[in-house]
Write a protein that binds this ligand. Structure first.
Ligand code: TRP
Length: 330
């Protein structure tokens, strides 16, 4: 562990996961476990920047832990923890706040969006969200951050904050880099907007094969392909992006060729996709059911995660206290 570079990513405990989440960040979170020491935080403090129901919070966190473990986060190799249980995250965020100009935060696209969506709840936490995110990452001196492309502006801000800290106080933190999924963003079933729960256009990870087929069979493909005999343009088809995410290269090539020559119709193409998509998700669903019936184990993993994460975070904070001149008191 000691010599491995570190990875951090934050997970919003916000309910059911869809294949966009899975392909965007989760797969990388899983595969990075091979070569890095990975720390994954369920970011409850971030979740509190929008209105939430305290009665649901604990369940959301546990569900989230279950989903990520089912998908392949391995608590033997990696750390799975709850953000608020390692208080160093928010402590470091405070220090970073003092070197972050407000103007940087006002420019962040997600802040602008959320401020429009919830005009009656534009709280400080919403504005400060990226600073806490920066602290999440650098409190472990993480160098790689698997995320979806919507998080890139936040990562850029983290790097700017790191540069500013290092040049103001002396070198403590590496500049972390984002690691994006291999497949460009999967759009929703409508083929236009991004896949998102609030738009109700998702395929969820825990969907049954029948449900999945209902959604796939009616999902929008290349809109210009009106009849079975029209040749299609795979590059204009969201289903083709899904193929690239779930099917083997030969099948991707086959579908591209047969679509563009009208050799197969959209339904044929979707049937192949269904087999591959469900094939990958079925074992995850099985593991989900197992973990849901062993909650004690899940709580235990999070407790151990807290311990392991705290050990690292404390060391970083020692460096920080030294650089900012308060180490004698700690
Ligand atoms: N902002 C991320 C999201 O909405 C969650 C997050 C919080 C995060 N802290 C992080 C992601 C640190 C990567 C690194 O999905």
């Amino acid at each position: 562990m000691a010599d491995k570079k570190r990875v951090f990513s934050g997970i919003q405990p916000s309910g059911r996961l869809h294949i966009g989440n899975y392909v965007g960040a989760m797969r990388n979170m899983i595969s990075l476990q091979e070569d890095y020491y990975c720390i994954y935080g369920i970011v409850d403090y971030h979740a509190m920047t929008v209105r939430f129901d305290p009665k649901e919070m604990e369940k959301s966190i546990v569900d989230c832990a279950v989903d990520y473990m089912a998908a392949g986060i391995d608590p033997e190799r990696s750390v799975l923890m709850v953000q608020s249980t390692v208080s160093e995250h928010s402590e470091l965020a405070w220090i970073l706040n003092t070197i972050t100009p407000i103007s940087w935060l006002l420019r962040v696209p997600t802040f602008k969006e959320k401020r429009q969506q919830n005009p009656d709840n534009v709280n400080m936490g919403l504005l400060d969200y990226p600073v806490l995110m920066a602290a999440d990452i650098i409190v472990y001196k993480a160098e790689v951050v698997p995320v979806g492309d919507d998080q890139l502006p936040h990562l850029e801000l983290t790097r700017e904050i790191v540069r500013r800290f290092n040049s103001a106080f002396g070198h403590v933190f590496p500049e972390p880099e984002a690691k994006l999924g291999e497949v460009a963003r999967i759009l929703g079933l409508d083929g236009v907007s991004k896949m998102s729960k609030s738009l109700d256009n998702c395929i969820y990870l825990d969907e049954s094969k029948d449900e999945m087929w209902k959604k796939l069979s009616t999902a929008v493909t290349d809109v210009r392909r009106k009849r079975r005999t029209d040749p299609g343009k795979p590059e204009d088809c969201n289903l083709f992006t899904m193929h690239k995410a779930f099917s083997k290269k030969e099948e991707v090539d086959y579908c591209a060729r047969e679509c563009s020559t009208a050799g197969i119709g959209c339904l044929d193409c979707k049937k192949i996709l269904l087999e591959n998509m469900y094939g990958e998700l079925e074992p995850i669903q099985k593991k989900q059911r197992e973990l849901r019936s062993d909650k004690e184990y899940v709580y235990d993993v999070l407790k151990q995660g807290q311990r392991k994460a705290k050990d690292i975070a404390i060391k970083t904070m020692d460096d920080v206290y030294g650089k900012i001149g308060i180490s004698s008191f700690h």
